[in-house]
Design a protein around this ligand. Structure first.
Ligand SMILES: Nc1ncnc2c1ncn2[C@@H]1O[C@H](COP(=O)(O)OP(=O)(O)OP(=O)(O)O)[C@@H](O)[C@H]1O
Length: 237
């Protein structure tokens, strides 16, 4: 069993076929980069995986089960999707407290997660005063709250400064080295090339390439390999 197993997913939004038979896995101990042009189907795949959208057909399992069947989702998978859910008037600490309570996690998990993302000192300031990178760190703390073994992250480096990006790389590496699995969707190829073990490239709702980073790059730069793979895919927006 892989940490993440997506099998023959199809998803239609009316006449739009967002996914046309997407299959891939993310194994424990690996950081898996999920790449593809705008509209390729990355978010749709991730949303189905996290129970936020329903597949037309096919399956998406996380920790061996559909997300909606997990006994304790927050302890199984941590997700960072976008920062729309942060209440500007609330402190970072209070935001995490609310999430911890909703997920039936002990309040002590909040301080641990804040420390992990380097936000202990700023934790009691209102989110509205945070920089983009600080909000991103609170989002990462939220993903880590339940100490899950699987992380699903959409553009996690968004807004992070160079030191923050280096910190994130180190964090993801040690998370995977400790046996965790990471699915990392990003358009920042340099970031992905530095941290991913495996790649999944999607275009127009299909998997264009899937395998260890070095195999997908095939001796070229990731940018060249990616542009070659996606050249025929015009995007679907
Ligand atoms: N809720 C929705 N209703 C209708 N169409 C949708 C919906 N969500 C996604 N789509 C369509 O499905 C296709 C795949 O979109 P998706 O957001 O999965 O792409 P993506 O690879 O995540 O793109 P991006 O890199 O721009 O985030 C696109 O054609 C998009 O317009």
């Amino acid at each position: 069993m892989h940490a993440i197993e997506i099998t023959d997913l199809h998803k239609s939004y009316g006449p739009v076929e967002a996914l046309r038979g997407v299959s891939f896995t993310a194994a424990e101990g690996r950081v898996v980069g999920l790449l593809g042009p705008n509209g390729a189907g990355k978010s749709t795949s991730v949303h189905i995986l996290l129970g936020l959208a329903r597949a037309t057909s096919g399956t998406a399992a996380i920790g061996g089960r559909a997300y909606t069947d997990l006994d304790h989702p927050a302890r199984t998978v941590g997700a960072l999707l976008d920062q729309g859910g942060l209440h500007r008037g609330r402190s970072g600490r209070d935001h995490l407290r609310v999430l911890a309570a909703a997920a039936r996690l002990p309040e002590a998990a909040v301080a641990v997660a804040l420390e992990k993302v380097g936000m202990t000192r700023a934790a009691d300031r209102r989110v509205g005063t945070y920089s983009l990178g600080m909000r991103q760190r609170i989002g990462l703390a939220a993903a880590l709250l339940g100490e899950p073994r699987i992380l699903v992250l959409d553009e996690p480096a968004n807004g992070l400064d160079p030191a923050g990006m280096a910190w994130l790389r180190g964090m993801l590496r040690s998370f995977a080295n400790g046996g965790g699995a990471v699915l990392l969707a990003s358009h920042v190829l340099a970031e992905v090339a530095q941290v991913a073990d495996d790649l999944v490239v999607i275009g127009e709702g299909r998997v264009l390439a899937d395998g260890p980073l070095a195999d997908v790059m095939a001796g070229d730069t990731l940018e060249h390999a990616y542009l070659d793979l996606t050249a025929a895919s015009e995007g679907m927006f």
